[in-house]
Design a protein around this ligand. Structure first.
Ligand SMILES: [Zn+2]
Ligand SMILES: [Zn+2]
Length: 281
């Protein structure tokens, strides 16, 4: 019996480890992953500055909503959509909390356990848990729109506390998003100019740079299996329709960048900024 329990415990631990930490195979091009790979220092600074605030505020939102619903659920008629909205909101926030908390712990304490902090953070960002968190985040933005719509359409004078609480959650959620997006732009994207490699690296020759294949970006062409194809990992801007991109011969996935960004990069270093694959290999 003891053995069975111990086996089960180890299986659960192994499953959790595989779910929350993954090997970075270079295929994931989520903006956070690109930023962590390409700009580890500003990304860590961003996470250390904004993640604690974001995690604490969303924990409080989740806790307050749950306690309120637990005690007040029966007081509202079944037709009251706002209580359902609050329940959905608390669940979507609660679902994101474990992986956020894990990332937060790793950002601050991985170094204390002798682990490579940046590698730990990247392995969480490419994990199935983080991908699921992002899906929950997308649902949350749809849910947010429903919340605004229901709040406007339901002028309920019989549930003033619930209405105020939903309003507070919407405001808090919007404020957190604005702070995170602005913080990312200031700390990570604003830091990119300093992120070019130093001139002392081995540059690629002008002849080689001009020989690399270019293409016009089109969101409808399906090359996603072969190339990382939604945003430029140098400036972290999304590719726009018809923009001229350059393709590097990386393996197993070819990497795409804006022509201007990668030309400037290759004039300093012949290695791909994402995977360090040399362009003349
Ligand atoms: Zn670019
Ligand atoms: Zn590459």
């Amino acid at each position: 019996m003891d053995f069975e329990l111990r086996d089960m415990f180890f299986q659960v631990v192994a499953f959790a480890k595989a779910y929350f930490f993954s090997e970075d195979d270079g295929r994931n091009d989520d903006i956070f992953v690109l930023a962590a790979r390409r700009h580890p220092e500003p990304t860590m600074r961003f996470l250390k500055t904004f993640l604690p605030l974001n995690t604490i505020v969303s924990s409080i939102e989740c806790l307050v909503s749950s306690v309120f619903l637990y005690f007040a659920w029966e007081q509202y008629p079944a037709s009251c959509t706002l209580r359902w909205w609050l329940l959905g909101y608390a669940m979507l926030q609660g679902y994101q909390l474990p992986v956020r908390t894990l990332l937060l712990i790793n950002c601050f304490f991985a170094g204390a356990f002798g682990l490579d902090q940046e590698a730990c953070v990247t392995s969480i960002l490419v994990s199935a848990a983080w991908r699921a968190k992002n899906v929950a985040g997308q649902f949350l933005s749809i849910w947010f729109a429903f919340g605004v719509a229901w709040l406007i359409s339901e002028h309920r004078s019989d549930c003033p506390y619930l209405t105020r609480l939903v309003m507070a959650m919407l405001l808090s959620c919007a404020a957190r998003t604005v702070v995170m997006v602005t913080g990312f732009q200031v700390l990570v994207q604003g830091d990119l100019r300093a992120g070019m490699p130093s001139k002392s690296n081995h540059p690629a020759s002008m002849a080689l740079i001009s020989k690399l294949p270019t293409l016009k970006f089109s969101s409808s062409s399906d090359e996603s299996g072969r190339v990382s194809a939604t945003l430029c990992a140098i400036c972290l801007d999304d590719f726009r329709e018809g923009e001229e991109l350059k393709r590097l011969p990386c393996s197993p996935i070819e990497h795409l960048f804006h022509c201007g960004c990668i030309d400037q990069w290759l004039a300093c270093s012949k290695k791909c900024p994402l995977c360090a694959h040399p362009v003349d290999a």
